[in-house]
Design a protein around this ligand. Structure first.
Ligand SMILES: [Zn+2]
Length: 363
């Protein structure tokens, strides 16, 4: 069975707002550059897959927009209707740093539709695993409040659609985007069927969420805040000590990765030290967990990651691993990645902290 890859050029046409990085333009902030959620981070991944030849080894295609009923399982009509009306009228902004242009509603529904199909076609056995190149991203989107560049919670819509179609009931979401998956946490906080785990840089975005004491129904939410500067060894240790046992305890029908690349070494809005090899090794672990627990059913959804130059290399490594391909491209920052990893003393400190979390979570 192949790897499915769901993408659509139109999703790269989403945009809007007057920002410079994340700063609203005005006063002394010179216009230009726009939000860091640039289509080029994702379009260049598609281009790299074509240039390397990996695209020919995966099954790539688009998907229909998620239906209103699909969206409405997660987002109330009060939000969807205002979103659609504002989008039809020329666009605007309904939350925090999440602008959209005319037609933004349809593009957000398309982004969710890619995730719906990616999950559905894994759960029904069409693909061994799948990747949804969703844009705009989704993991910050609360049911009635868009934020952090996210308008519709793509993963939540996909899970609810799969549940409604009888394709599975128990799911686990592992969010390794560098920011806290506050939207996904909020959607499933009272639902013990869906385990949500977020590894994130502590108090980056959102500032006020992501603490360890938010546990959810039957302890089905796990937050793993990590200090700025965390590198590959500690991320893998966090997976092995906390994520792996949590997944085993949950016994999911399918595993979903909220795959942000903003823990990458040169991301402009975060301060972690991961690279191509790190994402490859994390993907290996996700696949091992899926093989052990749910016959390999794994869906990966693209979330953040703001280095236009570097994100494509990390995404390529994830897809190469998922598809079992021998095609890989060298990491242009391999040397930087090695030299900038935290020193052993910091790794030891983080290890002690992770052991504290292990005791706190009861593994
Ligand atoms: Zn992020």
């Amino acid at each position: 069975m192949q790897t499915g890859f769901f993408h659509d050029e139109r999703s790269f046409w989403h945009g809007g707002g007057n920002y410079a990085l994340t700063l609203p333009v005005g006063g002394f902030v010179q216009p230009g550059g726009g939000l860091p959620e640039s289509p080029e981070t994702k379009r260049r991944l598609v281009n790299l897959l074509r240039v390397s030849g990996l695209m020919a080894q995966i099954d790539a295609g688009s998907a229909p927009e998620a239906s209103y009923a699909d969206l409405n399982r997660v987002h109330p009509a009060s939000y969807l209707d205002v979103f659609k009306a504002t989008s039809d009228a020329g666009g605007g902004e309904l939350g925090l740093r999440t602008p959209f242009m005319k037609g933004g509603y349809e593009l957000a529904a398309l982004s969710a539709g890619l995730a719906v199909q990616a999950l559905s076609q894994v759960m029904t056995g069409r693909y061994r695993n799948s990747y949804s190149l969703s844009r705009p991203p989704g993991h910050h989107a609360l049911p009635d409040f868009p934020n952090g560049f996210c308008l519709i919670n793509n993963i939540a819509v996909a899970i609810r659609a799969a549940q409604a179609a009888g394709q599975g009931q128990r799911f686990a979401v592992v969010d390794w985007d560098v920011h806290h998956g506050n939207g996904t946490e909020a959607v499933f906080l009272d639902d013990p069927d869906v385990l949500t785990i977020s590894l994130h840089q502590e108090h980056n975005y959102p500032l006020e969420t992501g603490d360890v004491d938010i546990r959810g129904a039957q302890n089905s939410n796990i937050n793993i805040p990590l200090p700025p500067g965390t590198g590959q060894v500690s991320y893998l240790e966090a997976w092995d000590k906390i994520v792996a046992p949590a997944l085993a305890r949950h016994q999911p029908d399918g595993i979903i990765i909220a795959c942000g690349y903003d823990a990458g070494i040169c991301d402009p809005i975060a301060q972690m030290v991961l690279g191509v090899e790190s994402y490859q090794l994390l993907t290996q672990r996700a696949m091992q967990a899926a093989d052990a627990l749910c016959e390999g059913r794994l869906m990966v959804t693209h979330e953040g990651g703001y280095s236009e130059a570097y994100v494509p290399f990390c995404g390529h490594a994830v897809l190469s691993e998922m598809s079992g391909s021998k095609i890989s491209v060298p990491d242009p920052l391999a040397q930087n990645l090695r030299t900038r990893q935290p020193k052993s003393r910091w790794i030891a400190h983080t290890s002690e902290y992770l052991d504290e979390l292990v005791r706190y979570f009861g593994f």
